[in-house]
Every structure is written in structure tokens, then in C-alpha cells.
Design a binder for this molecule. Sequence first.
Ligand code: BDR
Ligand code: CA
Length: 310
Amino acid sequence: MEKIILDVDTGIDDALAIAYAVHSPALEVCGITTTFGNITMEEATRNTLQVLELLDASMIPVYQGASKPIVRDLTGKARLFHGENGLGNVVLPEPSTTAQPQCATQYLISAIKEHPHELTIVTVGSMTNLARAIMAAPEIVSLVKRVVVMGGAVTVPGNRTPVAEANICADPEAAAYVFQSGIPVTLVGLDVTMQTLLTREYLQEWRATDTRLSHVFADMCEVYMNAYATVGNLRGCGLHDPLAVGVVIDPTFVKSVPMHVAVDTSGGASDARTIGDRREHPAQPPNVDVCLEVDHERFVSHFLQNVLGE
Ligand code: BDR
Ligand code: CA
């Protein structure tokens, strides 16, 4: 089993990613760290605890992380997409568990040291927690197995700005810091996640299974899909965060190309853009494996087989 830590800003696709990871026999979710992005870190923590309870997986420890970017002020959330509470306004019972006393940064450092070369960190929100962990303990760079990042848009338009993706926008300096740190990164960006759409017919199949989980997820995804319909002619919603989990379960879902990726932190029109050097003779060596192709049918079908559990 692959040991992973999920770093989440639990909105709707984060919730799906948590369920997919928890239900996948190929993965052991050692812990979940929370950050801001879709919503505040405190809301992400509450949502994560609620989702784990819904999944009957409250034994997985949750660690609270950063509540603001490393350099900038906290800015725009994604409530249009994820609803006022981050979970499509689906109301779940208040969690009966709480987050661990240890903070996300310290947990990441201690877990990576405890399992050298074994842990994959999957970040699906702002990259602040991981950047902070590397700043505090640079030795973890050579101890982590891999970092899989849902974020960026190297060859396609952005979703938060014309050129930038939401998770990178949430804390561009953190993303820039992680990419240049030497830690092995696989980037699962909009280049591939906008090809893995969950469409409405699957929601009917979920509802037909008639479990609490299937109705909750179908309700959330309807809100997500309605939001997607307002921004483009899309038949469903992007399975962004689940694809990052999928890449750990089966790396052959995607094809990636090593390239040098920089993050624009200028604050200008292309702020937070992930700039991949695709020239034949790039100026700097590759620092990121950028996913550029995805076997979307195989991935979506695997996701659907696993996300609801047995
Ligand atoms: C990413 O941004 C968030 O809104 C989603 O949860 C996902 O992590 C997609 O750009
Ligand atoms: Ca997310």
C-alpha cells in the first residue's frame, strides 16, 4: 500500500478525493492536513472532519495548517463553485471529533522523517503547509517519496484568472518555493483535470445505490455542476482533486513530461501562472513532471468504482 498524506482545502472535489483515497485498497491515508483556498482553513478543517465521519473514517488524524498565504493577505474564496459552506451547502452533522494538537507543518515534518522515502504528499489546496514544512526542515526534500500537486495550468487557460489556476493563485509564493526546492513534484493541473469530467448521468447511478453517502455526494456534485455550467459549455464538473489521488493509485492514468516550471509571483497580469519551459533546450533543468495526457475513461471508471466504497 502507498502511504499518503492529503493536504486539503475541503470543498466538493476535495471531499470526493478524500473518499476515493480512503476507499482505495492501494492507499493508506496516514493523515490529512488542512489549508485555506476554497474556504478558510477553519472551515476546511470542519468539513474534513465531517467528511471523515460520513465515511466512517474518523480514525484518520486531521492536522490544522496555514490560515493565510506566506507573503500575501488572504484573498478570494471559491464559494461560487463550492457553496457558502464549501460542501455545496449540504449540511452535515457537527463533527464529534477534533483536529490533533500538532500543527500541519510539524506533522508533515515528523511523518516524513518517520517514513523516509515512503510517503507521498498529495496537495489539493494552497501549497502553504508544504512550503512551510520545507522552510522549517529542508532535509525533508530528500526524504519524501514524491509530491503530487493538483494545481497549475501549463498548456491550457487558467480557471481563477485567464492564465492561473486556483490552488496556485491561493499562494503563488508557496508554489514557487516548493517547485524550486528540489522536492520531486508531479503536477496534475488543469491540463489534465479538465479532461476528467463527472457528468450528470453518474449522479443518477449514485442515487440509485440509495446510501447516505451516495445522496450526499450527488447533492454536492449537483451544486458543483451547476456552477461549472455558468462558466462554460461543460457537461459536468472537473474531478481535479480526485485525479491527483488517482495518479498515486495508478501512475499510468497519465503521461507526464519533465520540464522546468516557474511560478509568476509578479502580481501583474500573469500572476500565479505556471510557466513550463517546453523549449528543446531549456535554460534550466527540469524540476517538475507535468501531466499532459490522461486516460480519462479508465480513470473516471476507476474513480466511480471506488469513491463510494463497498
Ligand atoms: C482546484 O481549485 C479548487 O477549487 C478545487 O478544490 C481544486 O483543488 C481546481 O482548480
Ligand atoms: Ca481543492
